[in-house]
Design a protein around this ligand. Structure first.
Ligand code: SF4
Ligand code: SF4
Length: 317
């Protein structure tokens, strides 16, 4: 199974899709889907033997809790990092078995984490497109079909609508719970590439609040966080106890720090203190740049006598 997100990069430009298993038509949820996957199909487990599956934050939450691991342990053992876009926005994919391409959760009977399998596995052979028109404030879901020669489920006689298929696979619930994060990604994409590389800290915060939930929890209860943000005691208690609430709080936090949406309340004076810190930092960078430029100009025009670049002015003597 290839990554359904990657398949939709530049969907419009990919036509006529000569090599692609993705059908070049955007479909609605009411579209009929002729497909069935079951244990007796002759390609059983073929899709799980060659994986490229992007994980959403909610996928990780479900899997790490099922396996009784911390988010850090899960990320280390079961994922590989990749960059979602040119700004280096971090993403994670399922890690295959050592030296192979099969999913670590694949067993002869099928999927060993079936009830908590990732969104991409629930959708296959449908691909999810989360799109937002410029005159709309929220995303809407569109779909496309993925047809691979190795998948014989398309030859089964069963039919249902895409929406019925999604509901039967539990994908509807995953879509609901991942909605805030999907919108964050859409917003990042619609903002276009950053001018220059975004500060490393932005991507680190994005990674932590999206994927490394247990580390994000430790951050949220830290003194430094609480000296910055005003979180009511009852809400803080919920965030500590409830992974899903913490995940949604992470979306709010990221909108605040990445897009300055003021989705969190800060303590008085924090904004001003931050502005002063940034101003001081900007002054420092400017001073360093000017000192460096003077040094470079000296080196350029006044290399030591007899050395390459010696202009003969004797300044270095
Ligand atoms: S998580 Fe399950 S369904 Fe998804 S690729 Fe792995 S074994 Fe297959
Ligand atoms: S029918 Fe398709 S989805 Fe089902 S096991 Fe075969 S390749 Fe995988």
């Amino acid at each position: 199974m290839q990554d359904y997100n990657d398949r939709f990069k530049n969907l419009a430009e990919e036509a006529p899709f000569e090599q692609s298993p993705v059908m070049p038509t955007m479909l609605e949820g009411s579209t009929e889907l002729k497909f069935r996957c079951h244990r007796n199909v002759k390609c059983w487990n073929a899709c799980c033997s060659n994986i490229d599956i992007t994980l959403t934050p909610y996928d990780i939450l479900r899997l790490k809790n099922r396996l009784g691991l911390s988010s850090g342990e899960f990320l280390q053992k079961y994922t590989v990092p990749y960059e979602i876009d040119k700004d280096g926005t971090p993403g994670v994919k399922l890690r295959a078995v050592e030296g192979g391409t099969a999913c670590q959760f694949m067993v002869p009977e099928g999927c060993s984490v079936y009830e908590d399998r990732p969104t991409a596995c629930r959708y296959y052979p449908v691909a999810l497109l989360s799109v937002r028109r410029s005159d709309e404030f929220t995303d809407r879901l569109s779909f496309a079909m993925v047809k691979e020669d190795t998948c014989f489920g398309h030859q089964e006689p069963d039919t249902q609508t895409i929406d019925e298929y999604r509901a039967g696979q539990g994908a509807t619930e995953y879509d609901e719970k991942g909605r805030g994060w999907r919108q964050l990604i859409l917003k990042k994409k619609s903002a276009g590439p950053a001018i220059g590389k975004p500060p490393a800290i932005s991507n680190q915060l994005f990674f932590m609040a999206s994927y490394d939930l247990d580390r994000f929890r430790a951050f949220v209860i830290s003194d430094s966080f609480n000296q910055t943000y005003k979180i009511p005691v009852e809400e803080m208690a919920e965030l500590v106890a409830d992974d899903e609430k913490l995940l949604h709080f992470g979306d709010r936090f990221l909108r605040h720090v990445l897009f300055n949406e003021k989705s969190l309340e800060e303590h008085e004076g924090v904004y001003e203190a931050r502005r002063e810190r940034l101003k001081a930092k900007a002054e420092q960078i400017k001073a360093e740049f000017e000192a460096n430029r003077d040094k470079l100009e000296d080196e350029k025009y006044c290399a030591p006598p007899g050395q390459p670049g010696d202009c003969g002015c004797g300044d270095k003597e």
